[in-house]
Design a protein around this ligand. Structure first.
Ligand SMILES: [Zn+2]
Length: 305
């Protein structure tokens, strides 16, 4: 059995997985925002609830973090939940839980989950993309999260948008301190913002729609929604063409809210083929199999041999 915790910016969740991937117990709580020590207490409580339910003590726990640790110092960096930055998250978890802890970035956990028994199962190098409120990516190789000396692998969302046109320069400010990061172009929020910016020009009232509502409009024949979608897919394709040219993964697995738009799987591959250097494109682009559960499932799999 494996025990995992997904320490997210809004929710914290624990899960126990059997070796075959079936979920044995599962609990979740709201994240006490900006309260680091409160988060550690919630995590301990969630671990204990799973253990009480199963009558089993887990000697090891895997935890997905909303950021990465400096591999030398163990200090959290680049977390979108910025209150985590500067903390020794893995050491603190070890102390709070009184057992061995392995941590990974939440996007890496997503990649591991999909690589082990999700859409990426059977593929050696999995590039997993999250197109959600924000945007990020994780890399799994042979079912294990790939980390480099800076713990910077998969920070795809903080590359600049490739081949920007004049309207895309310099781009909006990102929380990381740079401008025009992919995250600011390919998140669900960016898609909605792009639509609102253009729709509001013609209308007296500002338009504020959720991504799913814009997609519904597109399916109903709204030309602006169609154009904004096409431009969105073009940006995702430009961003991923860079990955193809550098890593050439065996599969792209797509997660996050925008991955639920089924049109993505027909529309994205031709764009990728257009921007990548390789004249052939054999790489499958697949929807994640475990949806929102991938973060916590991947955290549990961090201890899988
Ligand atoms: Zn950034």
């Amino acid at each position: 059995m494996y025990l995992g915790v997904d320490w997210g910016g809004t929710k914290i969740e624990s899960i126990a997985l059997a070796a075959d991937g079936s979920a044995l117990a599962r609990h979740r709580c709201d994240t006490p925002r900006s309260d680091y020590d409160g988060c550690l207490r919630v995590i301990r409580g969630l671990v204990e609830r799973v253990e009480q339910e199963l009558g089993h003590r887990f000697p090891r726990v895997g935890v997905g973090l909303p950021g990465s640790l400096d591999p030398r110092t163990g200090i959290a960096k680049g977390a979108s939940s910025t209150w985590m930055n500067g903390r020794r998250a893995e050491d603190d978890l070890r102390a709070a839980l009184g057992r061995d802890v392995r941590t990974s970035n939440d996007a890496d956990c997503f990649a591991v989950s999909e690589a082990v028994d999700g859409a990426g199962a059977g593929y050696r190098v999995v590039f997993a993309v999250i197109l959600g409120t924000g945007a990020g990516a994780g890399i799994a190789v042979d079912g294990q999260a790939h980390h480099g000396p800076n713990n910077g692998a998969g920070e795809w969302g903080h590359n600049p948008l490739p081949l920007p046109d004049v309207s895309e320069i310099p781009g909006t400010a990102c929380y990381c301190g740079k401008h025009g990061c992919l995250e600011t172009w390919v998140s669900g929020r960016a898609f909605a913002r792009d639509y609102a910016r253009h729709a509001s020009v013609d209308l007296a009232e500002p338009v504020d729609l959720r991504p799913a509502q814009i997609v519904e409009r597109m399916r109903a024949g709204d030309r602006l929604a169609r154009l904004v979608w096409q431009r969105y897919v073009d940006r995702v394709g430009r961003g991923l063409s860079l990955v193809l040219n550098v890593l050439d993964p065996d599969v792209f697995v797509m997660g996050g809210g925008m991955s639920n738009v089924v049109e993505l799987y027909a529309d994205l591959p031709p764009v990728l083929a257009r921007y990548a250097f390789s004249p052939v494109l054999h790489t499958p682009v697949l929807a994640a199999a475990h949806g929102d559960s991938s973060g916590v499932r991947g955290a549990a799999w961090l201890w899988k041999p």
